[in-house]
Design a protein around this ligand. Structure first.
Ligand SMILES: [Zn+2]
Length: 294
């Protein structure tokens, strides 16, 4: 029997699931929700970002190393996870730099979305979380992840589309991650500064443009009790995360006090809900979780 409520998180690379929405997933899975992470690429072109891991034998086996890191993070979070088999596009150093042949971001949308449509039809999530259309940050794989997620949300329920990808299933809500907001970093920065702890964010915040949010936060999921699990999962991606880096500068207790939520923008909903929300499943009830209603 699959879990009565199901959540799918779509990510570009292994480690993205642990830096975006990890505490939310850790909470839901422990409350009995089925959670599946779909990782579109293997992260083969990621650089080693932790000096202690920057060793020739690791760099030479980066794909296998990242797979093993993902296994460990999956165990810590308690979620299911699968790779959808695309190849990392890498982060070009200039806008002119061409992307490598065959990479995920260069795929035709239909080819890039087909495995995700199949995963949606098989796992049958009620809620999908992904990045906004700027990718959260401008990595070509993140932008493509948004595109395939929107495509899968729109097409998975339509029997005429992707006819070879399984029985139709219509997810009910689509969310974008919204935890990297100026508002949140300002709050953490101020809390650090007033406590005399020194904040790593001053420079960053001062360069952040003040403009109305393109995707306003609609939904704040309380998950401070799961920040430790989030941090452990993130550290499991040892090649990607420097334990001495900015991720871990703000004490966990302070984060739990100042900003104990992970935040989202409700991008699509086929159910009635009232904003703001505190639960990704608001509006989803027994009478609309059965496949028969579509
Ligand atoms: Zn990524």
């Amino acid at each position: 029997m699959s879990a009565p409520l199901r959540l799918m998180a779509v990510h570009a690379h292994p480690d993205d699931e642990s830096s975006k929405g990890a505490a939310t997933m850790a909470r839901y899975v422990r409350e009995g929700v089925g959670v599946l992470v779909c990782t579109l690429t293997g992260g083969e072109r990621g650089s080693v970002l932790n000096a202690k891991m920057d060793r020739p034998e690791i760099v030479a086996n980066i794909a296998a190393v990242r797979k093993a890191e993902m296994d460990r993070a999956r165990e810590i979070l308690g979620v299911e996870q699968r790779f959808l088999g695309f190849v990392d596009s890498g982060l070009p150093e200039t806008e002119e730099e061409p992307l490598p042949e065959g990479c995920f971001a260069l795929k035709k949308l239909e080819d890039a979305a087909a495995p995700l449509v199949a995963a949606v039809r098989e796992f049958r999530p009620h809620v999908i979380i992904t990045y906004d259309d700027d990718g959260g940050y401008p990595h070509p794989d993140h932008i493509m992840t948004n595109r395939v997620s929107v495509e899968a949300f729109e097409a998975a329920g339509d029997p005429d589309r992707y006819p070879d990808a399984g029985e139709p299933w219509q997810p009910l809500k689509l969310y974008y991650h919204m935890s990297f907001t100026k508002e949140r970093f300002e709050a953490l920065h101020e809390a650090m500064t007033t406590r005399g702890l020194g904040s790593p964010y001053a420079d960053w915040i001062s360069r952040w443009e003040d403009r109305p949010a393109k995707w306003p936060v609609t939904t704040r999921v309380e998950c401070g009790d799961y920040f430790q699990i989030r941090d452990e999962a993130l550290l499991a991606h040892a090649t990607q995360v420097d334990p001495e880096g900015n991720w871990f500068v703000v004490p966990r207790e302070l984060q739990q006090e100042i900003w104990p939520t992970e935040d989202y923008h409700l991008a699509r909903s086929l159910v009635d809900t009232e904003l703001p929300e505190s639960d990704l499943f608001t509006g989803i009830h027994a009478d609309n979780v059965s496949p028969a209603c579509h």
